[in-house]
Design a protein around this ligand. Structure first.
Ligand SMILES: [Zn+2]
Length: 524
């Protein structure tokens, strides 16, 4: 990612609040705002909407930061979501329970209104019993889990040879030749170290699956890109559809063992059984809350993170921590006692892991009001230090965003980039031409635990997550309260140009195709 040179001087926060001052300080001599309410309290400070003196108004950002970093329900909320509710696959009972609980948690945060918005995903899915038994040349354990939204094997399983197709590129399939037909293919991977490695893993997956199907393979075994027997779950199918052939992730060490036999020219024959449960279309819900703006309530900033997760772990880093951040940001803004000029919506999307299905549906369902949507702010990077935001290709937003976010410069928000993230919930707003901000975060412990059995509560640095609450609350407030929006909604031609300039057409051909067709994004 590129980085933009930033000013190192820290401007007094009073500048950011210049517009707030004139509108929110009409009552001289009113009482100083009380301390933030206790965890899970519905109390709203009595001085709501007014400031007593310029000093207390100018303190707004520091106040919000202090409130975020202090005692809060954040840790207990995350513990409940991850330990008590657990992994939350879209359409599952756990995901539905999380939705109901999040509605309550947002009510406790004191927002004006909370509701859910239903949408339908193409299929429901859960893993059944997944097993490989090695018949020859030796019997040894092969640990594996199903790829999400993969079909199961036919009842009773299949008994077939494994064929090594290397990294699954054209050369790998060419080397394997006719042997692939009717076999189970083994696809190698490199160990995941960087964000780029992860993007690469996603970028090549659907091509490999297509090659496997075209070559007549019956199933795919993906070598885990994480060592030490760590297993994780991915989807390969794009938008919640069931894949063509059964696929599983195999523990790296076990997959390498299979590959060594094959490299010696020994035949590896296995019995592979996977009894996934697949249903027809299922409903899911986004949770949407709002703090209504004082002056232009029809205009809004959206702060969002996805609530759904995979289920081998409990979805703590991805993305339970940031879903709980959104709820606590609502509490912090409410507890500040001031109302922003425009509304702030808080969105907990579901269906993200199946292909951004919840945020896609939201963008589509709310198209008539997207001209009044000032920005979408999305967090989906675990608890790595926030270095700034990516502005989705929109260089025109930089001056306003930089000015608006000066109050969080001291928290490390300094660098703004312009890449378009095609893999999280801001993407459909980019496609609609709405300004977007995605938190740029250090990798920290995100990648090793990504979608894995090890993505659990203990991985979350609560102190850092509180800083994210501070950053997200101040950012949402600053954009909502700014006199002018940070930038206009783009026309379809501008969006198309932006997507091409950022390489979305080549990086995410499936999504690009849907945009071209008009199924996704601003309508022609
Ligand atoms: Zn995520």
């Amino acid at each position: 990612m590129g980085s933009i040179k930033v000013r190192r001087h820290w401007k007094p926060q009073i500048l950011w609040l210049a517009s707030t001052l004139s509108l929110l300080c009409p009552v001289a001599g009113a009482q100083i705002l009380p301390a933030p309410p206790a965890p899970f309290s519905r109390e709203v400070p009595s001085g709501e909407g007014v400031c007593s003196t310029h000093t207390s108004c100018a303190d707004l950002a520091p106040r919000m930061i202090q409130s975020a970093l202090g005692a809060s329900p954040l840790e207990e909320n995350l513990r409940y979501l991850t330990d008590s509710i657990g992994g939350r696959i879209t359409g599952s009972p756990a995901a539905n329970r999380a939705v109901g609980w999040a509605v309550e948690a947002l009510r406790h945060a004191g927002v004006d209104e909370v509701h859910t918005e239903k949408f339908t995903i193409p299929a429901g899915w859960s893993e059944g019993h997944t097993q490989i038994e090695v018949i020859s040349p030796e019997s040894f354990p092969v640990r594996l889990v199903s790829i999400a939204w993969s079909p199961g094997t036919p009842e009773g399983g299949i008994t077939r040879d494994i064929v090594d197709v290397g990294p699954g590129d054209d050369a790998g399939f060419a080397r394997a030749g006719e042997a692939v037909k009717g076999a189970i293919v083994l696809v190698h991977s490199d160990i995941l170290v960087t964000w780029d490695d992860l993007f690469h893993e996603y970028a090549v997956a659907s091509g490999i699956a297509d090659r496997s199907v075209h070559a007549g393979a019956l199933a795919i075994l993906w070598m885990s890109s994480r060592p030490n027997l760590l297993l994780y779950r991915h989807t390969v199918a794009g938008a919640g559809q069931i894949d063509h052939i059964p696929q599983a992730v195999v523990a790296r060490e076990d997959a390498e063992r299979v590959a060594r036999f094959l490299a010696r020219g020994q035949r590896v024959r296995v019995h592979f059984e996977m009894s996934n449960r697949v249903t027809g279309p299922v409903e899911s819900e986004n949770v949407i809350a709002e703090i209504r703006g004082r002056e232009k309530p029809g205009e809004f900033v959206l702060l969002g993170a996805h609530l759904d997760s995979w289920d081998l772990g409990t979805g703590a880093l991805d993305n339970g921590c940031n879903a709980m951040m959104v709820i606590d940001a609502a509490r912090v803004i409410r507890a500040s006692g001031v109302i922003p000029r425009r509304s702030i919506r808080f969105a907990l999307f579901t269906g993200e892991e199946q292909g951004l299905l919840g945020s896609w549906d939201y963008a589509r369902a709310h198209r008539p009001e997207l001209d009044r949507m000032v920005a979408a702010i999305v967090f989906d990077g675990g608890i790595g230090e926030v270095t700034g935001f990516s502005l989705g290709g929109r260089k025109d937003l930089l001056p306003a965003v930089r000015e608006a976010l000066e109050p969080v410069q001291s928290l490390g928000v300094k660098d703004f980039t312009f890449d378009i993230d095609t893999g999280t919930d801001e993407f459909d707003f980019v496609l609609e031409g709405v300004p977007t901000l995605v938190a740029n975060q250090a990798a920290a412990n995100y990648l090793i635990n990504y979608h894995a059995a090890s993505d659990t509560f203990d991985k979350v640095d609560i102190a850092q997550l509180k800083r994210q609450v501070a950053i997200s609350a101040v950012t949402a407030y600053a954009l909502a309260d700014r006199e002018q929006p940070i930038g206009p909604r783009q026309s379809r031609a501008q969006i198309e140009q932006n997507l091409k300039a950022e390489g979305v057409d080549s990086r995410a051909p499936g999504k690009w195709y849907l945009f071209q067709k008009g199924d996704r994004g601003r309508q022609p």
